[in-house]
Design a protein around this ligand. Sequence first.
Ligand code: PLP
Length: 388
Amino acid sequence: MLTTNPGFERIGEENAFAVLARAGALAATGKDVINLGIGQPDFPTPENIVDAAIKAMRDGHHGYTPATGIPELREAVAADLDRRFKAQVNPDNVLIVPGGKVTMFTAILMFGEPGAEILYPDPGFPIYRSMIEYTGATPIPIPIREENGFGFSADETLGLISDKTRLIIVNSPANPCGGVTPKVEVDRLVKGLEAHPHVAVMSDEIYDQMLYDGEEHATLLAYPEIRDRLILLNGWSKTYAMTGWRLGYSVWPDKLYDNARKLAVNAWSCVNAPAQFAALEALTGPQDAVAAMGAEFDLRRKLVVDLLNDIPGVSCITPKGAFYAFPNISGTGRKAKVLASELLEGPGVATIGGPDFGTLGEGYIRLSYANSQDNIREALARIKTFLT
Ligand code: PLP
């Protein structure tokens, strides 16, 4: 009889990958499937970035790098945060990691253990809860509500803090709802945290360049009063269409950095060396591809919301960030996961049921509009026909 760490019995999943696999299996049988399930840009990685990786390989960057990342890249991350937010970050606090997920994994592992509580957004990125449960800590959901534009409420979040709370996870712009928490709310959260010096914050800002309608990103880095307990999660996957490169970075306070570095040494040694040179080019090279992708996402956002609101029983507020719409489907009389499954197996449209992002996701489905306008039109026409 083998005995394993019981945490593995509690570990969860990200259903977007199961839907991706099912959509692929259906497509392999000849079914015409439109994928609005997976959250990844449909654009190729910009060419200058690909070229930088090829050059790095040709230049012989084939070996290990420092576990924390190549120094030039850590400096470029700090310079980028300064350029975009006037945030002063010491490159010594920057850790280059293989993907955005790795920062949440590391932070949750660092703070989670039986008896501890960790607050996380619900609906929210499913790996937060999964990893909290793995550690044996108690996951405490922060409700993310449609009436708040799918941003978090500072008062509600602060009200959930107890003396057992170790870590609060926030995410804006957010997956799966596309919500953006207004700066006044972030101000209020930071102010309220003064009374809870025992609580660390992990701010997942991976969609920080995907904002619409003139919204400005309210980074948690802008608050010096919490910098000694703030972990910033960011990366290249979404902004630069680099999901498959597995590249991310985090900013850690001095007192936590070395523990994060040690986990890197134990688990992945370093990030793929050519990918780090690609990441360097992404940050220091021309940014026009980011702007072009953003402009196209904005058009699709309006298109998807208009088409959703034209379907009986469906209503969708206009998301202000990321590339997701989170329509309320309660008027269809169907459970969200049932509807998502019917849409995939029937008309061949992949979406994700809201409950895959938390219990408060019932009554909603997530559509990623990282797909062409033609595909979005066709997918929404199929959904409308199915529901009418
Ligand atoms: N954080 C959020 C909110 C996400 O939506 C995602 C990916 O979907 C990630 C982190 C993980 O990003 P990566 O693919 O770089 O691991």
